[in-house]
Design a protein around this ligand. Sequence first.
Ligand code: NAP
Length: 251
Amino acid sequence: MSNLLEGKTALVLGVANKWSLAYAIAQAFRREGASLILTYQGERLKKPVEDLATELGASRVFECDVTRDEDLARLSELGRLDAVVHSIAFANREDLDRPFVETSRAGFALALEVSAYSMVAVARAAAPLMSEGGAMITLTYLGSSRVLTNYNVMGVAKASLEAAVRYLASELGPRKIRVNAISAGPVKTASARGIKDFSKILSAVAERAPFRRNTDPAEVADAAVFLASDLGRGVTGDVMFVDAGFHIMGL
Ligand code: NAP
């Protein structure tokens, strides 16, 4: 532990289980001395996330479904925050399983609401709590700018999320609040399992990425530590790739 986040309080949204990228980030934040607040979506995850919160020494855990305004309103009741990690995405499984051109109006709206608009709503609620400045971090994927088989409407949602990061960074910069995205390489999590043929993506990355392997969630977590800490003080509006270098590759 090097105490990079000593004295800082971080809100982490998106821990569902031990495989969640948000869990790896929460672990690294804890290691660096941050005080943690976690959220979960819905009654089903209450007990498992409360157990993880206890293990992580989180000071608070509460329900926050980002599609519900009353849940989002609870964010503004938290005390001072120094960092927010938004690690949330959702699309209907059928929209990740059929041609993109078949995406329904409702499926498109849902994916964009949960995966992109929620970052705007969370930033709006959290910014007033960052009275001394802070860092907001979200998780994105290469499918925002490249066509990756079956990523479909999630790619459109990630493109929107990355644009939102730039607009938020521009508006919140004068308040010393930095907003960045980490573009993680594919990692086998519950959400990733919803993408058809995900194991083929993992194999292709391991074969072609400069590191000839996949991404370790701990690498994503350490990048989040950098962005949340004072070491990242010069960086905002950015998309930082933590993907074993896969994004630079052409043929
Ligand atoms: P995960 O463990 O399934 O995390 C996704 C989280 O989003 C879950 O906690 C999920 O809760 C939550 N969520 C979904 N709908 C929500 C809602 N309406 N309100 C509040 N929370 C909601 O999967 P993950 O891979 O770690 O995903 C975290 C982030 O990383 C996502 O933005 C994802 O797109 C991004 N990412 C993942 C990869 C990868 O390969 N795994 C790569 C790049 C980027 P429930 O479980 O209750 O639905």
